[in-house]
Design a protein around this ligand. Structure first.
Ligand code: 7RM
Length: 651
């Protein structure tokens, strides 16, 4: 960026609107700085107070945290239950009859579920699980559409101490199988299907395919959503509504250790094998609940809507556990943002009077492209706060979001965090932080973040480096499921003594953090984390493929798009046909969202002398369009080859 540009950006900070500040939980930068300093100087007292204030504990902890690097424990000795905190606790208050979930299905069906009613549904289903013999320490895979029963299933598991792993409904049978196997789950909770752009996604059929090789699974419980055809395997498969018939509505929550595993969520790493990120109970819930106030400035009367899928961490922390622990009224929508038209989001905002709206830059860019007429069709005046998550938001999209959706009145919280961090880490506080478009601004209280070089030395203002976290935080991952060595090497051994996020960042002279993107082989497509290795391994499983190299290509809407370079085994291949087939293949092996946008066939892939594929070079080719179109001829390959050699020398 030019010097001039940098100066201009500083000048165009957006201060929080005065009336927003007056009513906010955290009012003004000095209040933020005080909180931050307190948390930095006295972390135990600070987090102890937050945990006490935000949550109900059956028994108080003995230690706020114990740190045996790189393994942390929070609130040790404390007894708590996440389901109790999201439900029972509210029943003794005015929230008893408050709406917990406003649900809208894609076809337009609606449900309004009070805290009382949600508690009833969860207790019944927990009793179903109990009657089938499931108990504390068991593990369940949940593979469901975005219906309230997905949250019910999670909360019923949490109630009994069954560790759940929600698998996003867009994942294929192969991906589902890998997760069931890694978790050694005994129970699968699913549905016949769900609705997406008017079509049925047939989940149960996918489960059947996946379970062919999953000997640990004893029970499959199927919720009826679409009424579509399913086959039920005698003795293994049960209808939710049949088991639920006559189930008792009394089911006490089990007091669990604060460090009891709440859930495992699989996320892409730099290898072909996804990592099972383990989150526990007390610390996780503490930070989820705290950020509902600090970041979303949640008030009793808000209507809050996070558009993420519950299958991703954003849905876990900011649709289920955070909002419910904080007693929010939360909108849950089943389907696609562009169905039946591009105004679906704005229609929902108007219909339910949404006041806090949290979505992804991809969604914002996709809707921005359709023009202002769609939001202009609706009354968006109930909105008071906007949020963004999942990837860097480019200033142009930020400005549109601010002007066209927020009408210039609503602060935007650009929230940086990860599956691994469990809760929001770097974000504006909307009643305090002057906003800088494209920047997630400052670390939240208790988060000690820095931008460093490979040795862990701070790089200084405006310099690019690695984003690291220097102290354990309550919602941090505890380990990678059954792979503590990978946990150590992935996160704690890269830069000495600190947590390595895998992101590059820059901090300006005022301390604003701008997160630039991944430094490893992880891509971010539509806010979904994908591993280049995972897609490559899928491609080379296809009989025609000799080698594959996958890189992210910048994309105006999805942030990055999957671009695959392929060398083929000997044979007479029809490139056009094969390219369609390979894209379909990846959809089958991983899920439709991982389908390559582009496939290029090559004679050879550029490699270093030690034989490593130079993805960096391929990335350059797809980014700067040094080579365009199909790289199928020897001539084109010579270009890449020469480039590759030059770079190879440099390395
Ligand atoms: C919550 C979530 C994590 C990765 C992370 C970043 C990127 C997320 C932002 C962002 C820039 C942001 N979990 N990322 N939020 N980059 N600004 N506000 O997305 O595990 O799926 O992805 O997403 O690269 O490391 S995730």
């Amino acid at each position: 960026m030019s010097k001039h540009g940098a100066v201009e950006q500083q000048l165009s900070l957006y201060p929080p609107p005065e009336d927003f500040v007056r009513r906010a939980h955290v009012q003004g930068m000095n209040a933020y700085r005080e909180l931050y300093a307190r948390a930095e100087k006295q972390p135990e007292e600070f987090w102890g107070e937050v945990a006490e204030r935000e949550l109900f504990w059956f028994e108080k902890w003995r230690h706020v945290f114990e740190w045996d690097p790189p393994f942390a424990k929070w609130f040790t000795g404390g007894k708590i239950n996440a389901s109790y905190n999201c439900l029972d606790r509210h029943l003794a208050t005015r929230r008893r009859n408050k709406i917990a979930i406003i649900w809208e299905g894609e076809p337009g069906d609606q449900r309004m579920i009070s805290y009382f009613e949600l508690h009833r549904l969860v207790c019944r289903f927990a009793n179903v699980l109990k009657s089938r013999g499931w108990k504390t320490g068991d593990r369940a895979i949940i593979y469901m559409p975005m219906v309230p029963e997905l949250a019910v299933a999670m909360l019923a598991c949490a109630r009994l101490g069954i560790t759940h792993s929600v698998v996003f409904g867009g994942f294929s049978a192969e991906a589902l199988k890998a997760r069931v196997q890694d978790l050694e789950a005994g129970l699968v909770i699913t549905a016949d299907g769900g609705w997406r752009r008017g079509r049925e996604i047939r989940l149960k059929a996918t489960v059947d395919e996946a379970l062919a090789e999953c000997p640990t699974v004893r029970d499959v419980i199927v919720y009826r959503r679409t009424g579509g055809q399913v086959s039920m395997q005698e003795g293994r498969d049960f209808w939710w509504h049949e088991l639920d018939e006559g189930a008792s509505e009394v089911c006490p929550a089990v007091p669990l250790d604060a460090e009891h595993p709440l859930y495992v969520l699989y996320t892409s790493g730099t290898t072909g094998k996804p990592k099972g990120i383990l989150h526990t109970t007390g610390g996780y819930l503490t930070q989820c609940a705290a950020t509902m106030k600090w970041v979303f400035d949640l008030r009793e009367e808000d209507t809050y809507w996070c558009t993420a899928d519950i299958g991703w961490v954003t849905g876990h922390s900011y649709i289920v556990y955070g909002p419910l622990a904080a007693g929010a009224t939360s909108v849950v929508y089943e389907g696609a943002p562009d169905f039946p038209q591009y105004d679906r989001f704005w229609r929902i905002v108007e219909k339910y009077g949404v006041s806090i709206f949290y979505t992804s830059p991809t969604a914002i860019r996709a809707l921005l492209r359709q023009g202002d007429k769609w939001p202009e069709m609706h009354d968006l005046s109930t909105l008071r706060l906007l949020g963004s998550v999942g990837e860097p938001i480019n200033p142009a999209a930020w400005e549109w979001y601010h002007r066209v959706i927020g009408k210039g009145r609503c602060p935007i919280v650009d929230t940086w965090w990860q599956t691994e961090t469990g809760a929001i880490m770097i974000s504006p506080m909307p009643g305090a932080t002057p906003l800088k478009p494209g920047s997630a601004s400052f670390p939240l209280p208790g988060v000690i973040a820095d931008v460093v070089d490979m040795n862990g030395d701070p790089v200084g203002p405006d310099k690019e480096g690695f984003l690291v976290i220097k102290r354990p935080w309550p919602a941090m991952l505890r380990t990678i499921w059954r792979d503590p060595e990978r946990y150590k090497s992935q996160y704690w051994n890269r830069v000495p003594g600190v947590y390595f996020t895998g992101d590059a960042a820059r901090r300006d002279s005022n301390g604003y953090f701008t997160v630039l993107g991944r430094v490893d082989d992880v891509m971010n497509v539509s806010g979904h984390r994908l591993s280049t290795m995972e897609i490559e391994s899928a491609l080379v499983r296809h009989p025609s493929v000799a080698e594959a190299a996958v890189v992210g290509r910048p994309d105006e809407v999805t942030g990055q798009a999957v671009c695959a370079f392929i060398t083929l085994k000997k044979g007479n291949w029809d490139h056009k046909k094969l390219s369609d087939e390979l894209r379909q293949w990846v959809a089958h092996e991983i899920g439709a969202f991982a389908r390559p946008a582009e496939i290029r066939f090559a004679e050879a892939l550029p490699k270093t002398r030690s034989g490593k594929i130079m993805r960096r070079l391929l990335r350059e080719i797809v980014t700067t369009r040094a080579v365009t179109g199909d790289v199928t001829t020897l001539e084109d390959m010579a270009v890449i080859g020469r480039l590759a050699e030059q770079r190879g020398e440099e390395e």
